[in-house]
Design a protein. Structure first.
Length: 102
């Protein structure tokens, strides 16, 4: 049974997480995994981390989505800078493009 007294705290933490970058969220995820490991009972085996191969297999359904993959372009091809910046922002990156004269 879930402790309803903790719900406001969970809501506050969840709200704060939306302001963090992907890298910061991964650090928090590692810390939470450590706390869960520390609290486990001695007879409980540790949770297995996913290998790079397992994570790659999970991405197979995204093969046809070009927004999820880095591709190589040839000289002279047009680059969708705005689209690339938008995808990076959606993934949590801060983008700053200084004004440049051609």
């Amino acid at each position: 049974m879930q402790d309803t007294a903790a719900n406001p705290l969970v809501d506050q933490i969840t709200e704060q997480l939306y302001t963090l970058s992907v890298d910061e969220l991964r650090v928090i995820q590692d810390f939470v995994a450590y706390l869960a490991w520390k609290r486990r009972s001695p007879d409980q085996p540790p949770a297995a981390k996913k290998s790079a191969e397992a994570r790659a297999i999970e991405r197979i359904p995204d093969l046809d989505d070009p927004s999820k993959w880095i591709t190589v372009i040839e000289a002279g091809e047009e680059v969708d800078v705005d689209g690339a910046c938008q995808r990076l922002r959606e993934r949590g990156f801060e983008i700053e493009i200084p004004d440049q004269e051609p």
